[in-house]
Design a protein around this ligand. Structure first.
Ligand SMILES: [Fe+2]
Length: 534
């Protein structure tokens, strides 16, 4: 947590002079080298503001156990001259010397540069961008979404390319860290041997991820809008229920959730409204990009019912993915957004996802397939005529899965009410076996008319939103098992305004499609079970 303090001109003149002159800064001096080893980030852009983040975590030693003043500055140019704003916040040990500055008074739809100073050291410069004014009518919005960046599964080659895109923001849809244990056969190793349970262990896991230079560059290039899924805490957790209730007592899991939430807040560019309170952390929220697009960020973990065990149980109307309060918030927000497009930053798949060919069916009940009555209720709202152009953006699946959404997926005569674009993963799942994936899933796709495109390679999705259409480009890297990779657009998915569902899928020529990876192979612990259940 950072405590905002009014800035005194006497203490903060400009540039390096202030570092020598300010008594506050002299007192806060001398930190071990590499204080900004975790990089910088910004997030949740508003028309007049953005959150700036860093955490003091010296590469060359540990932080002193006392509050440390941190200067921040932001300006429209990289020399920090035009429309500069600045201040001092205090990074405190209780929040791992993390800093969250909610800067306001900025110009809408403008690029800014920002940096921090502490203990005589200066952070790298980050670049960010505010949202268009609420009443503005921008003709174009380009952003990217990504998810699932298991550190052990591979290198962040996708972020090398994402950083070079021209984006208003990045939406991250969950599995920012994985709580998994060490895997000596993996492409690279994170810290520790077992799963994190304590605050110190979750902090170390987050810090290890944040040391990655490609991830740091992607944060420094654009504001991010983040939400968590399961692996930030525990695989497939649901509200106060862990993955394995036989192994974690309710008290132990609640303590684990508190620790994981605090570490998550400490490492993300979140606004103070997301500061954890007791067992809870408010992450569902809305952002708006003029009259063009609303982004409804949902939380499908913290308030959900435990996963059902059978298809019959999955029909229970009492089961909820969001909790009643968030469901009301979502419906109200969708129906009153006044934006051309309504985008959901969502974790797990909405579209029905049978994983068995032939008449038998099997489902992953951690997805919306396990919460069918609520899904139907919400999709009927999508089709009510009161929600403008809903498109669900999804993570979790470690595959690309593009689908038309229908209130009843088993009834081909049910109306299409929206589109879902499930993006692939940054690394999770490692390098794919494309042929085996298609051998397994193409027969199921033939029985699933709402599936419009499937693929299991690594990458991210870039979305171009205009008043008439939303075009999503699937950007695929050729490897995550090397330090660098090339990228290509494997497919594009068009949604037309006023016409629910996927209007058009264009795929790259087969000659450009993925070749089998011929380099070294690594072990992958893929929780997502990309292959059909047998
Ligand atoms: Fe994942």
């Amino acid at each position: 947590m950072s405590l905002n303090m009014p800035i005194s001109r006497r203490l903060f003149v400009s540039g390096a002079a202030a570092v020598a002159a300010g008594p506050l800064l002299v007192r806060g001096n001398s930190l071990p080298a590499g204080a900004f080893s975790l990089g910088v980030a910004s997030g949740d852009p508003l028309p007049d503001g953005v959150v700036l983040w860093t955490r003091l975590a010296p590469a060359g030693g540990s932080m002193p156990d006392r509050p440390v003043p941190v200067e921040w500055e932001i300006a429209e140019d990289e020399h920090f001259r035009r429309n500069r704003r600045h201040g001092v916040v205090t990074a405190v040990p209780a929040f791992a010397h993390s800093v969250h500055v909610d800067v306001r008074g900025l110009r809408p739809d403008a690029v800014y540069h920002y940096r921090f100073r502490a203990g005589g050291q200066q952070s790298p410069v980050g670049r960010t961008r505010t949202a268009p004014a609420e009443r503005a009518r921008p003709g174009h919005l380009r952003f990217a979404f990504a998810s699932c960046q298991d550190y052990q599964a591979g290198f962040y080659t996708a972020y090398q390319h994402l950083t070079r895109e021209d984006l208003a923001f990045v939406a991250f849809l969950g599995d920012y860290i994985y709580e998994s244990a060490a895997n000596p056969g993996a492409a690279r190793q994170h810290e520790g041997t077992g799963e994190p349970y304590s605050l110190a262990e979750y902090r170390n896991r987050h810090a290890r991820y944040k040391t990655d230079p490609d991830l740091q560059a992607a944060h420094a290039a654009f504001p991010w809008v983040v939400t968590f899924d399961d692996h930030e805490i525990d695989n497939n957790w649901a509200d106060e229920i862990p993955q394995d209730p036989d192994l974690q007592t309710p008290e132990a899991f609640r303590a684990r959730r508190v620790a994981a939430f605090q570490a998550y807040y400490e490492h993300m560019p979140l606004r103070r409204s997301s500061l954890p309170r007791g067992l809870d952390m408010q992450v569902y929220r809305r952002l708006r990009f003029g009259s063009l697009a609303g982004l409804h960020v949902v939380d499908t973990r913290q308030y959900r019912s435990d996963q059902p065990a059978t298809l019959a149980a999955a029909q229970d109307p009492a089961l909820t993915m969001t909790g009643p309060e968030q469901e009301r918030w979502l419906v109200r927000g969708l129906e009153t957004s006044e934006t051309r497009w309504n985008l959901l930053a969502n974790q797990v798949m909405w579209a029905q996802n049978d994983r068995q060919a032939g008449p038998a069916q099997s489902f992953d009940f951690d997805n919306w397939d396990g919460y069918r009555a609520q899904r139907r209720r919400l999709l009927e709202r999508f089709g009510s005529g009161r929600v403008a152009n809903p498109v669900v953006l999804t993570g979790d699946r470690h595959c690309t899965w593009v689908a038309d959404l229908r209130p009843d997926f088993d009834d081909p005569s049910a109306p299409v009410v929206g589109a879902e674009i499930t993006g692939t993963s940054i690394t999770s799942g490692g390098n794919p076996d494309v042929a085996a994936f298609h051998a397994a899933y193409d027969p199921i796709m033939a029985e699933s008319p709402h599936w419009r495109y499937i693929d299991n390679q690594r990458g991210y999705v870039v979305c171009d939103v205009t008043r008439s259409a939303m075009t999503s480009s699937l950007r695929i890297v050729d490897t995550v098992w090397a330090q660098s990779a090339s990228v290509r657009t494997a497919a594009k998915f068009v949604v037309e305004a006023g016409r629910p569902g996927i209007a058009e899928v264009t795929q790259e020529p087969a000659t450009l499609a993925a070749r089998r990876w011929e380099g070294p192979r690594f072990e992958v612990h893929d929780d997502e079970n990309a292959f059909p259940l047998r």
